[in-house]
Write a protein that binds this ligand. Sequence first.
Ligand SMILES: *Cc1c(COP(=O)(O)O)cnc(C)c1O
Length: 440
Amino acid sequence: MLKFPKDGTDSKTIFSKMDQLKERDGNWKEGKTWSLVYYAGEEITKVAEEAYLKFFHANALNPAVFNSLRQFENDILSMAADLFHGDEETAGSLTSGGSESILMAVKTYRDEARVLHPEIKEPEMILPVSAHASFEKAAHYYGVKAVHIPLNDEYKADIKVLEQAITPNTILIVGSAPAYPQGIVDPIAQMGQIALKHGLRFHVDACLGGFILPFVRDIGYQIPDFDFSVPGVSSISADLHKYGFAAKGVSAILYRNSELRRYQYFAYADWPGGLFVSPSATGTRPGGAIASAYAVLNYLGRQGYQNLTRKVMTITKKLQEGISRIPELFILGKPEAGVFAFGSDSINIHALADKLEEQGWVIDQQSNPDCLHFMVTPAHEAVSESFLRDLRAGVDQLKTSPETIKGNSAALYGMKAALPSGKTEEYLLDSLNKLMGRNE
Ligand SMILES: *Cc1c(COP(=O)(O)O)cnc(C)c1O
């Protein structure tokens, strides 16, 4: 076991050790990873970093003390509300990320239902199976039952089943714009109609798409309505730390009005530490992340995001065309932006992922259905050719020598294809526990 250091170490030694460890991390800067880091190049990164450092010490826990952060937060939320066709009534919060935004939305509607519908003892929310796993986390944390509906053959929430899934206990419907697994936008307009008809809340998870879909539309692609322009949409989550290109640790949750948002807040008046009121799940909130989002939004403006989006879409189309030319592979559905998945009817797609990993690519594997997942950023411009080359070579090898799935350690992000049968969740908990306990 590593002991707590008795003496301090000079920073040069510490940083050289840290740099050494960093060498073994996923190489996102050169486009080898296809998830986790949304990199828009050095120029934008520098702006985000400088803003972050200026507010390194600032704490958004108390906006009355940090007026700067309060203004950044209000401005960011207002800009986001405008982007999503909100109005003067739209109200929201910045959170630490998509998961927290989603947790807050579910908590808000549970608490609203407790007040407006006290007869509901076991609240339910309806989730397309493609909804992000953090809704399951929210269900677990807040005691709301997740009722799943399947996808149709376009990988969109099946609205025929949606209406049948509504019970007297339903409080919330969830849709995604787009959903993470296949990068496809749910039929938000029709879902909004159903929510209105049944007097239900409707949350649109635009964590992934919030800061790209509007710009994809701007540059001329067809994007279905997914935001407050759709009647029935009650709230939207959108991550600034994804295609917003801000530092990690900042996302927005927006509601139609501040009466809804009030259910998100928490207050406690009897604490010896003083009157306590808090907007979201966290206490201390890092000022740096908020400041970086403010700086990058203003630095890029709509024009800047459109230019980056044009890049992302060009790379995405190039990759998708290359994939479509490989007869063994197919893209799942018709993804709207820079996130998509491909599968195969003839080769083992997980074995293909292993082949690609041998070439240094970091590949996300999914199941139900089996496919590989890609999130495209401007950093992939330089590697799209070499990726397609490695992909073709991998497919050529596999189609002549059928392989079995290798046991692998990349199974942690929503993936269970390569896991032993039995209690998959128990296995995942044990694996994470072991992974985090390791010190080499
Ligand atoms: C990333 C993502 C989330 C969760 O966001 P985090 O910032 O990772 O907590 C939720 N929904 C969708 C669609 C996402 O892509």
